[in-house]
Ligand binder design. Structure first.
Ligand code: NAD
Ligand code: UD1
Length: 343
C-alpha cells in the first residue's frame, strides 16, 4: 500500500495525526530528526493504535536523507510538520529558523518531484495573517506583515508550495493555517511536552497545576475584550489531527493549492481558559495579572467556514475537553518522570 509520509511526525501535532491516519487505515511512515521530540512516541502511537509506524531519524535539510526515504518507500502524499516553532527563539536566531524551515521544505519538495509524489499538506499558521488583520480571519484576508522570523518562514513556505504547484499542475497542496492547538489524546499517552519554560498558555497552566511553577502570569487585563484578557481560538489537537485527514482526502481528489483555516471560530479569553481548567479538573489555579506581552494581539479567531465547505470538517471538542485532556497528559508526564527517577 502506498504510504503517507509525516515529516516531524514525532512532534505534538504530528503524533496525533499519525494516530488518526492509522485509525483510518492509512500506512504511515515518519521522518523526524528528534530535535524537539523523543522516539518513545512511536511506542505510544503503537499502544494507542495497535500499529507501529516506521521511523526514519533524519534531518530533512539533508537532501540525501530525504531521497533515501522516498527511494525506500512508495510515498503517495506528505504531511509536512517538520520545523522549528518557537517564536521568541526565532527572533534571537533568525538564520537557524530560515535555514531549518526553508531548507527542509526545499529538500522535501525536490524529492517529491523526483519521485512523482504529488500531494502535500503543510502546517502553516494563523500567524501568516500578520498583525493588522480583521477578525475573524478568512483565508482571503491579506497575509504578510508577520511580527517574527518564525511567522515569515510560514509565509514563505506557503509561497514556495504555491509556486511549485503552479509550475506542476499534476500537484495538489493544502496549506493548513492552525489557530491555537491545545489538549492531548484522550488516552493520556501523547501530548505536548515543551522543553524549558513554556511560552504558550496551556502548557504553562498545566505546569502550574502540577506544582512545577508557582502561578500563571496573565499577560494584560486591559485589552479591548469582554474581560480585558487576550482572546484566542483554541482548538483541540485531536480535532486538528482529524482536519489533516480531511485535507489529505480532499487533496487526493483535487489539483492546485488551497489555504484553509483550522480553528473553531470561537474566541475564549485567558480567564475563560483558567476558569474552564479549574472547573474541568476541580482545581484552583493561582494567577496574577502581569503587563502585556510584547507582540500579542488583543483578539484573534478563525472564520472556519471554508474548512467545512471544502473538507466537510469542523471542530467537535469543547474547551472543557481540551482542559481535561491537557491535564490528564500532564499527570501522565509527572508519573512517568517519577517512575524514571526524575529523568
Ligand atoms: P513540534 O516541535 O512538536 O513538532 C515538530 C517536529 O519536527 C519535532 O518532532 C522536531 O523534532 C521535528 N523537526 C524539526 N526540524 C526538523 C528537520 N529539519 N528534520 C526532521 N525533523 C525536524 O511542533 P508541533 O507543535 O507539533 O508543530 C508542528 C508544525 O505545526 C510545525 O511546523 C509548527 O510550526 C506548526 N504549527 C504549530 C502550532 C502550535 O501551536 N503547536 C501552531 C501553528 C503552526
Ligand atoms: C503564540 C505565538 C504564535 C504561534 C502560537 C503557537 C506569540 C506572540 N505568538 O500565539 O505566533 O503560532 O503561539 O501556538 O508568541 N498568555 C498568558 N500567560 C502565559 C502565556 C500566554 O496570559 O503564560 C496569554 C497570551 O497573552 C495570549 C494567550 O494567553 O493572550 C495565548 O497565548 P499563547 O498560547 O502563547 O498563544 P498566542 O500568543 O496566540
Amino acid at each position: 500500500m502506498a504510504k503517507i509520509l509525516l515529516t516531524g511526525g514525532c512532534g505534538y501535532i504530528g503524533s496525533h495525526t499519525a494516530v488518526e491516519l492509522i485509525n483510518a487505515g492509512r500506512d504511515v511512515v515518519i521522518a523526524d530528526d528528534l530535535s524537539n521530540s523523543d522516539k518513545s512516541v512511536i511506542d505510544r502511537i503503537e499502544m494507542i493504535t495497535g500499529k507501529r509506524p516506521d521511523l526514519y531519524v533524519s534531518d530533512l535539510k539533508d537532501k540525501k536523507e530525504c531521497e533515501k526515504i522516498f527511494d525506500e518507500n512508495d510515498i503517495s502524499a506528505v504531511i509536512h510538520f517538520a520545523g522549528y516553532k518557537a517564536v521568541g527563539e526565532s527572533v534571537l536566531s533568525p538564520l537557524k529558523y530560515y535555514r531549518n524551515n526553508l531548507d527542509s521544505t526545499l529538500s522535501l519538495l525536490e524529492s517529491m518531484r523526483s519521485h512523482l509524489c504529488n500531494t502535500i499538506i503543510f502546517s502553516s499558521s494563523a500567524t501568516v495573517y500578520g498583525t493588522d488583520g480583521v477578525v475573524p480571519y478568512t483565508e482571503s484576508a491579506e497575509t504578510g506583515g508577520c511580527s517574527n522570523p518564525y511567522g515569515w518562514t510560514k509565509f514563505m513556505i506557503e509561497r514556495i508550495i504555491c509556486d511549485t504547484v503552479l509550475a506542476n499542475p499534476d500537484m495538489s497542496a493544502v496549506n493548513l493555517r492552525y489557530f491555537n492547538p491545545i489538549g492531548a489524546h484522550e488516552s493520556g499517552l501523547i501530548g505536548e511536552n515543551p522543553s524549558g519554560i513554556p511560552n504558550n498558555l496551556m502548557p504553562y497552566i498545566t505546569q502550574v497545576a502540577s506544582g512545577i511553577r508557582d502561578h500563571l502570569n496573565i499577560y494584560g487585563n486591559d485589552y479591548d475584550t469582554p474581560d480585558g484578557t487576550g482572546v484566542r481560538d483554541y482548538i483541540h489537537v485531536v480535532d486538528l489531527a482529524k482536519g489533516h485527514l480531511a485535507a489529505l482526502e480532499y487533496a487526493e481528489k483535487h489539483k492546485g493549492t488551497e489555504c484553509i483555516n483550522l480553528g473553531t471560530g470561537v474566541g475564549y479569553s485567558v480567564l475563560d481558559v483558567v476558569n474552564a481548567f479549574n472547573e474541568a479538573n476541580h482545581l484552583d489555579l493561582p494567577y496574577v495579572f502581569a503587563k502585556r506581552r510584547e507582540g500579542d494581539l488583543a483578539s484573534y479567531y478563525a472564520n472556519p467556514k471554508k474548512a467545512y465547505e471544502l473538507l466537510g470538517w469542523k471542530a467537535e471538542k469543547t474547551l472543557v475537553d481540551m482542559c481535561k485532556d491537557s491535564w490528564r497528559w500532564q499527570v501522565y508526564l509527572k508519573n512517568s518522570e517519577n517512575k524514571d527517577g526524575g529523568k
